[in-house]
Write a protein that binds this ligand. Structure first.
Ligand SMILES: [Zn+2]
Ligand SMILES: [Zn+2]
Length: 81
């Protein structure tokens, strides 16, 4: 199951589970669409994998399968920011 992390690792922007702005890599490194498409150019800075839009979890399932609450932020932000 996806963790659905609550924020962008680069700019710490909030990315709620229903956000269409969240992008993830295969390890679920999570970024906002702005960081993913501009400074990162679609490539995860942690693992060099590609970033894709994170699927939205239907609200009715969030009680049973809650999103992660622990914020992950890259130390020092993303290099090109
Ligand atoms: Zn961001
Ligand atoms: Zn990654």
């Amino acid at each position: 199951m996806l963790e659905l992390r609550p924020n962008c690792e680069c700019c710490d922007k909030d990315l709620p589970p229903d956000s269409s702005d969240a992008m993830i890599c295969t390890f679920e490194c999570t970024f906002c669409r702005t960081c993913a498409t501009t400074v990162l150019a679609g490539v995860c800075p942690n693992c060099s994998g590609n970033l894709v839009a994170r699927p939205v979890r239907p609200a009715a399932l969030l009680n049973k399968y809650p999103a992660a609450t622990e914020r992950v932020v890259k130390p020092g932000g993303c290099p090109s920011l």
